[in-house]
Design a protein around this ligand. Structure first.
Ligand code: NAD
Length: 355
């Protein structure tokens, strides 16, 4: 089998997980972490010291100098589009972080660029790879809960995320773009449906008082084309003392039953001196030491990225794009963005908007 040669663009807070994934796929002979690019030289040097690959401050130079089959784009949301289009024109397969872009038109441009250059466009919607969510999907597809009528989901970060992780671009994002997008996509995946209209309300104040000009919380009620209505509660102002970095869950009710998942509290909790109460979502990222004594990570946060490398390998082995098994595609990215953009249009309009 082919071994995809991968470059990572953007090695910040989440980019490190892409580096970890491709490094450990290298241990297994599945993919190779060939190079990385970031405009932050200091960070790039730290990542190089840890992962050992050649690094570039200009991703275009990396595209020119390295022989890459694929790239992953892990830059701030508004920067995905131009980078993806440039990489597509260079003939590279692409995994893009969520949201694909912050406009529906931008997503379409990215889809078109990838189609014109016959390259894969995959979106890192990792909630589709969570084994708990996959069981929900299996039961829904089997008809166990009947036709879904309504549902509810929540995703809420501790305030450190917009305040400390990326205060320089949090104002260009929101709870809908950063968090809601995960559950808009997951709900589309579970219901096999697209959003048709939305009504959203939101609050500002807490983050503005800290100098970060964005929404604190956004609630959105979305009607899907299967007839179900799902409410999405999103916020990123949970107190520093909250038991996990993210609180999240989903519940769907159908004609014959209901199904629900606490996607954060998987049953393991702790209370330690100086650390307080904590829950541990070990389904997402589980560090362990492999038989050779190397640190590796398991969990859906990694599986979702590895899925891209496996797709690239299938393509390198001769398959056509249309022959790949289902994966979170550019169209999925566009449809999730359609909902998030609609949420913001509704906030501005103060009422229901059509998607
Ligand atoms: N899948 C997930 O669970 C998940 C979690 C967090 C973030 N994300 C997404 O990942 C992306 C990055 O988020 P983050 O939290 O890592 O942000 P971050 O700010 O920590 O990292 C972004 C990195 O991109 C670099 N960068 C900016 N412009 C660049 C350019 N032109 N070329 C190369 N590098 C450039 C920055 O220097 C920075 O190191 C965002 O789209 C975010 O929504 C996904």
């Amino acid at each position: 089998m082919a071994q995809a040669r991968i470059g990572v663009i953007g090695v910040g807070t989440f980019g490190i997980n892409h580096l970890r994934c491709f490094r450990q796929l290298g241990y297994l002979g599945v993919a190779e972490l060939v190079a990385a690019a970031d405009i932050n030289e200091k960070l790039l040097a730290e990542r190089q010291a840890e992962f050992g690959m050649p690094v570039y401050t200009d991703y275009r130079e990396m595209l020119e100098k390295e022989q890459l089959d694929g790239v992953t784009v892990v830059t701030p949301d508004p920067l995905h589009k131009d980078i993806v289009i440039t990489c597509a024109e260079a003939g590279k397969h692409i995994l893009c972080e969520k949201p694909l872009d912050v406009t529906v038109a931008g997503c379409q441009q990215m889809i078109d660029a990838c189609a014109q250059n016959d390259v894969l466009l995959q979106v890192d919607f990792h909630k589709r790879f969570d084994e708990y969510h996959l069981e929900m999907r299996r039961k829904i597809v089997a008809g166990d809960i009947g036709k879904v009528q309504y549902g509810y989901s929540h995703m809420e970060d501790r305030i450190e995320v917009p305040r400390d992780w990326f205060p320089n671009w949090a104002r260009n994002s929101s709870p809908a773009w950063f968090l809601g997008i995960h559950f808009y996509d997951l709900t589309r995946f579970l219901l096999h449906a697209n959003g048709v209209r939305v009504w959203a309300t939101g609050c500002k104040g807490k983050l503005q008082s800290l100098g970060v000009d964005t929404w604190d919380s956004i609630q959105a009620k979305v009607e899907f084309d299967c007839g179900a209505c799902v409410t999405f509660d999103t916020a990123w102002i949970l107190p520093d003392g909250f038991e996990a970095i993210v609180n999240q869950g989903i519940r769907l009710v159908g004609e014959k039953g209901l199904i629900e998942c606490d996607s954060q509290d998987r049953g393991t909790g702790s209370c330690c001196e100086g650390l307080g109460m904590a829950t541990h979502n070990m389904s997402f990222l589980r560090p362990r030491i492999d038989k050779q004594g190397r640190e590796v990570f398991d969990g859906y946060g990694i599986t979702s990225i590895a899925d891209f490398a496996e797709n690239v390998n299938v393509l390198l082995d001769g398959a056509k794009l249309g022959e790949l098994a289902p994966y979170p595609s550019g169209v999925d990215g566009l449809e999730a963005t359609r909902i998030a953009a609609g949420v913001h249009r509704s906030l501005e309009a103060g009422g229901i908007v059509e998607l």
